[in-house]
Design a binder for this molecule. Sequence first.
Ligand code: CP
Length: 358
Amino acid sequence: MNKYIHLIDLNDYPVSWWKLLLELAHEIREDPAAYSEACKGKIMGTLFYEPSTRTQMSFQTAMLRLGGTIIGFDNPATSSVAKGENIKDTTKIVSGYADIMVMRHPTAGSVKAAALTAECPIINAGDGGHLHPTQTLTDLMTLNEEKHTLENLTIGLCGDLKNGRTVHSLIKAMSCFKGNKFVLISTKELGLPAYMKDILAASGHGYKEVRSLDDAIGELDVLYMTRIQRERFNSEEEYMAQKGFYILDRKKMANAKRDMIVLHPLPRVDEIAIEVDDDPRAKYFDQAKYGMYIRMALILTIINHNSRPAPLVTGRTIPKAKCSNPKCITNQELYLPRYFRGSGDTVICEYCDERTLI
Ligand code: CP
């Protein structure tokens, strides 16, 4: 039985829990001073194995605004990771120093791997191309504050739907609310992975795949733009073939609804022209600020033990099975127990959610 309130995947917790976080974040935004000593004496460890501006700094600011303090690294090259230390040892040590940890890592399933042996709660701040649950909480807060609903929205997701962990987490979350429809706008090469389509199909929500942003934009309530993620491609050639395919500009915005909102987890490269920033429908900078309030709510909830921990593993170990995803943490840190869920010939890796034939 797991005793800590880890946040690995938002869908490990019920929608009622997300709603409590959204309510608390709203209250904090209305009166931040009332929470300025709520985490006094508490320490947060931030372990960023990958670059970050918003996630890292909004988490750090959130803890500081709650009266707590922070330790950690933002470049593994300046920590003992550079000497070859594995995830288990690094996170076990930091979890002995801190009351709560936040971790970003380039490999899918890495934060769940850390949680298996951590001695304090750990929050997933992005694990490779897999999930980014606190970005999703940020997105939910933005929708709640700006659209005043999480239901009956037509949501266009555009760009790198294959590697975009923010997209995967958002689809999983929004498919828990009734009436939402999804328009997946991408090239064939960067389409949504099969396991995500399985999740969508199982949820019963309508979705369609299109290539043209021009054709789709007029029907959307929300347009979620994403960056083509150079760091996730196997070669520069493959990246260059996709770069610049989708660019949202003023001309395209002219065909959008008057109350459509544009979100982007940021950073952007060239997929939203700077000229769009002045359009009142562009909400991506507000979105980044909502991220700080929802992370304050999350830290507070975890530190105060204000919910029940979710189980970390629901499946079983299959020692001889090897996850089919080469970017899964179990294929890099070979000491990890190989947990899978489901039965039959095809099982699901508990770390990265990819299907594996056994
Ligand atoms: N949205 C997001 O994760 O941004 P950073 O990579 O800057 O943290």
